[in-house]
Design a protein around this ligand. Structure first.
Ligand code: PRP
Length: 211
């Protein structure tokens, strides 16, 4: 068994904020702050190893055990439903998933709704629960352009400040779910490294509570 605790962090601004939680909790790794292109950093004394991965890939590393724990958005957890433990809401990266349309869109509920999204599973589950027939148009980004060009009737996407919607003449019609960053753990590795993982969860939990 690897003596290190392996932590997958989402590359980018959210990951940097979240790393500070680990640092404050006593799991610092000063080398991570050096400006370079390295992706793996370790503090051998504390037995902690961090790696930066694409935010949407964190759950894959954790589910497969390449990372013991990691930080992933609730959007990714709902979309891919990885088989991991969700241990803590870090209350960072807050946003929400919503249905948005052009401001003048009128829905005809007898018609199949064309839904453009990066989050096909979330959209399917949402409309299935409402009993609405939909046609999913899976896109990989710039979702807001789909209704503008007539590719879809609505979009299901993340709203943070709302400025992308506003600047493209779209409005929120329905809020689906609140999103924030979550600390997740590999199920098998959690059993073996429970003492350390529980310590991290407890300490970061206190930091989050006192923000
Ligand atoms: C996300 C999301 C929205 C935007 C929302 O996109 O898909 O487009 O941010 O933020 P806002 O409400 O603050 O404007 P992201 O930047 O991840 O790019 P992409 O979806 O186009 O790849």
């Amino acid at each position: 068994m690897d003596k290190f605790i392996n932590v997958a962090l989402p590359k980018g601004r959210l990951g940097e904020k979240v790393y500070e939680f680990f640092e404050k909790a006593g799991y610092e790794c000063p080398a991570i702050k050096e400006v370079n292109r390295k992706l793996v950093f370790e503090n051998e004394r504390l037995g902690v190893r961090y790696f930066w991965v694409k935010p949407s890939d964190v759950a894959i590393y954790v589910e497969r055990g390449a990372a013991d724990i990691g930080v992933a958005g609730k959007d990714i957890l709902l979309e891919y439903e990885p088989d991991v433990y969700e241990l803590l809401d870090l209350k960072k990266g807050k946003c929400y998933m919503a249905v948005a349309t052009m401001a003048d869109f009128l829905d005809d509920t007898d018609r199949t709704l064309r839904v453009a999204t990066k989050f096909s599973n979330i959209a399917q589950n949402y409309y299935r629960a409402k009993g609405r027939d939909i046609d999913i148009i899976h896109l990989n980004g710039s979702i807001e352009i789909a209704p503008v060009l007539g590719l879809s009737d609505v979009i299901v996407d993340i709203v943070e400040t709302g400025s992308t919607l506003r600047e493209n003449n779209l409005v929120v019609r329905e809020k689906i779910v609140d999103i924030s960053a979550r600390l997740i753990a590999n199920k098998a590795n959690y059993k073996f490294k429970r003492t350390v993982i529980d310590d991290i969860v407890k300490k970061i939990g206190l930091i989050v509570e006192n923000l």
